[in-house]
Design a binder for this molecule. Structure first.
Ligand code: FE
Length: 352
């Protein structure tokens, strides 16, 4: 099925399924057990994920029913379905979104030695074991080749340097990606330095923040600015698209904060957890554990040009060409609690 028809199909059956299951409230768990199925609410929308679900079904006999939607919509739906929700698992992208879901109280702790051993501690919720990262995306500096010598680049912090006046563009502060980046920096550098950083970054803008990640590096490729910050997978997808290849060729990827004593690059996750009201908790845990097998990691990460989290899984050649780098090992658990403050800092700096 293609993406559009799959969405419509899932949208329709998902809604009906929710109603039908809600009527079974009393026997909900035995119903799910007998049928051996899990209901996965996911904001991921990659065709490779479908292969993954089929493979899981083959291995375990547990059928995966997928409900796709935007992260916020699915979270709202889980909240409004409440105790009658048929959802077993919620998967979404960015630790900021995952943290907001956790704050809404939808997750339940999972104590799995498989998950704890295979997923690096910095990419999961070590405090409560409520969420886990299954792939990473790195928020990197992207620059116009030929215009910027990568030797001039160093850290996220350096983007506030006046030497970049009028050369930098960023997307808006309303988007979670830059909020999470700022919240992460806040955890590393503290309040005063992050305030200064945000002001310096805004002072360097070549234009008012606008558009998504793709729009940033497309503008850099078009010569509107020299530098931006964006997630690796967006550019990765341009490598194999003949229509976008020219843009891809113009953009250089720089992994910041690689120097001695520096934090490493900011790796965010795509991930989620088992829901408090999951009808098939055991099946849901099995599925999350399955996601950490090398073959599942290959599908899960590759479908979106993301990096796998488990050692031994393959990396897409496009990502390999971006080069080797060191990720920050600052726990992503520290990002969520800093989000509100990070947004205030961005507001005060005039970051639209
Ligand atoms: Fe994205």
């Amino acid at each position: 099925m293609n993406k559009v028809s799959r969405r419509l199909f899932l949208g329709a059956t998902g809604a009906l399924g929710a109603v039908a299951l809600a009527e079974f409230t009393g026997v909900r768990s035995s119903f799910a057990q007998k049928k051996q199925e899990i209901n996965l609410y996911s904001s991921r929308h990659y065709n490779t994920d479908m292969k993954l679900y089929k493979d899981f079904e083959k291995q375990t006999g547990i059928k995966v029913n997928l409900v796709e939607g935007k992260g916020e919509e699915l979270l709202q739906r889980i909240k409004s379905e409440g105790r009658n929700s048929p959802a077993d698992i919620f998967l979404t992208a960015d630790v900021g979104n995952i943290w907001q879901a956790q704050q809404a109280g939808i997750f339940s702790p999972v104590n799995s030695s498989t998950l704890n051993q295979k997923i690096p501690a910095s990419l999961r919720d070590t405090a409560k074991n409520e969420w886990f990262g299954f792939s990473t995306r790195v928020r990197v500096i992207m620059y116009r080749k030929g215009k910027i010598n990568p030797n001039q680049l160093s850290t996220y912090e350096d983007l506030a340097n006046p030497k970049w006046r009028g050369k930098l563009i960023m997307r808006t502060s309303t988007n979670i990606y830059n909020q999470s980046l700022t919240a992460w920096l806040l955890g590393i550098n503290g309040q005063a330095k992050t305030e200064q950083w945000a002001k310096g970054v805004v002072a360097n803008f070549a234009r008012q923040p606008q558009g998504g990640d793709r729009d940033q590096f497309e503008a850099v490729a078009a010569g509107i600015a020299d530098l931006t910050v964006a997630n690796t997978y967006y550019l990765g997808a341009y490598a194999n698209d003949p229509k976008k290849k020219e843009i891809f060729e113009r953009i250089g990827v720089f992994f910041p904060n690689q120097g001695k004593g520096q934090s490493g690059a900011f790796s965010n996750i795509s991930g989620g957890g088992v829901l408090k009201n999951a009808p098939n908790r055991a099946g849901a845990i099995k599925f999350l554990e399955y996601l950490t097998t090398p073959s599942a990691q290959n599908y899960f990460a590759k479908g979106n040009f993301e990096y796998p989290v488990v050692k031994g899984a393959q990396i897409d050649p496009v990502l390999k060409n971006f080069g080797n780098f060191r990720s920050s090992n600052v726990s992503l658990s520290k990002v969520g609690p800093n989000l509100a403050n990070a947004l205030k800092i961005m507001d005060r700096a005039g970051w639209k």
